[in-house]
Write a protein that binds this ligand. Structure first.
Ligand SMILES: [Zn+2]
Length: 415
């Protein structure tokens, strides 16, 4: 079995998922939660224990970095591997992983004792791919945190494997563990010059073969509406109800361009919140499109609707504020496709078919790529991320480490 090749992979993973490292989107500190700081500092200790003497926690941005030093005389490009330590917005206290050995590929897996929550192939057809695998699931009360402690544990196994196999030639390899990916802020503080790699991969993707280098381009839209509230008894042709204006705004957007009606490469407007009284209303949206020109067109549409509504009012009452959140990393990756090709070749060498479907979301790598470090995303193995149905296969995790090792080998062989 492949997991014996990486003896600490699963024990380490099981140990890490039990530690609550949930990030906190209402926090203003970096990292957002003290839990993350404690865990990141623990990782420094453990990296040093396995032999990476320069492991350090940077308290200006909450990243842990370390180096596997080159073991050859010639110069080869420095690869970075990154994973995030925080978990998503779901109960992460008391994670109690369950092991399902030699899954048959069709049975319903009970999660909690009462059987209220199950992993049923009818709901989650991906389960069928896991015949013969050992699966790690939740007990139904928490998420698992495979996203992204799979990535963390896999990178640790890469380190241990390379240190145990000095015959494998490699250049400098940089390791990075960071906070706050799930609240979308961690990578904002990433320091590319200090990380000092030529290219990198986040190990934060889902099922076997995932190789992501195209993401949405993203903006946030805030709509503020000022009403004119008077007593309903004297409201005739006087009252301007901010809630109604908000409804009008929402109805003026293309009704089929919403997350629940779009797929593949289609973009959308997504209404996240709508709060209002007749006096004042606020709507918050996220805007997504794979094309930068598409994102711009959507932002123009958002403004045009406000202008149109205002033109029919006594004064401008609808104000929109937008800011860009991240861009499709293909804009950067298109000039660094050798980094993608290296990962593709590594997977092909291991009989893994790369799945390069564009991500209907962002990754830390989208931001980091725009900071100048090309950083596609590799699979870490998890399924059904961010909730109680999350699970991961031990075999897939081992294959993820195989891919990391193969990337390292190929990179050295190419130079
Ligand atoms: Zn993740």
């Amino acid at each position: 079995m492949t997991t014996t090749k990486y003896p600490t992979l699963i024990p380490r993973f099981l140990r890490y998922v039990k530690i609550n490292t949930r990030s906190d989107e209402n926090s203003t500190t970096i990292p957002s939660s003290e839990r993350e700081v404690k865990f990141l500092q623990q990782l420094v200790t453990e990296l040093k224990e396995i032999g990476l003497t320069d492991a350090v926690y940077h308290d200006d941005n909450g990243y842990v970095t370390a180096t596997i030093p080159s073991n050859i005389d010639r110069t080869v490009p420095t690869i970075g591997f990154l994973a995030h330590v925080d978990t998503a917005d779901f109960n992460a206290e008391g994670v109690n992983p369950q092991i399902v050995k030699n899954y048959d590929g069709h049975s319903v897996i009970p999660l909690d004792k009462k059987g209220e929550y199950t992993l049923d192939p009818k709901d989650f057809p991906a389960l069928k791919k896991y015949q013969g695998h050992t699966l790690i699931t939740t007990d139904g009360s928490t998420l698992l945190g495979s996203d992204d402690k799979s990535g963390v544990a896999e990178i640790f196994s890469l380190v241990e494997y390379l240190l145990a196999h000095p015959e494998i030639e490699h250049g400098d390899i940089r390791i990075g563990f960071g906070p706050d990916e799930e609240i979308g802020t961690g990578a904002d503080h990433f320091k590319v010059p200090r990380f000092n790699a030529d290219f990198a991969y986040t190990v934060d993707g889902g099922p076997l073969g995932q190789l992501e280098y195209e993401t949405f381009s993203a903006a946030a839209l805030h709509v503020d509406i000022k009403g004119k509230n008077v007593h309903p008894s004297t409201a005739y042709h006087t009252m301007i109800n901010a809630i109604q204006l908000g409804i009008d705004y929402q109805n003026a957007l293309p009704q089929n361009e919403v997350p629940e009606e779009t797929k593949d490469r289609e973009g959308f407007f997504h209404l996240l919140s709508f709060n209002g009284t007749p006096d004042h209303a606020e709507l918050d949206y996220i805007i997504r499109d794979f094309e930068r020109s598409g994102l711009t067109a959507r932002k123009e549409k958002a403004q045009a609707i406000a202008d149109q509504l205002n033109s029919q009012l006594d004064e401008p009452r609808v104000t929109v504020e937008m800011h860009d959140q991240y861009y499709n990393m293909i804009d950067v990756m298109k000039d660094h496709m050798d980094v993608v090709k290296l990962a593709e070749q590594a997977m092909h060498n291991l009989d893994i078919t790369p799945d390069e479907t564009p991500v209907r979301g962002g990754t830390d790598g989208s931001k980091i790529s725009f900071m100048g470090l090309p950083t596609p995303n590799l699979f870490a193995g998890g399924e059904n991320m961010h909730g109680r149905f999350e699970f991961v296969s031990e075999q897939t995790m081992a294959q993820a480490v195989d891919v990391l090792v193969e990337i390292v080998k190929l990179n050295a062989a190419d130079h």
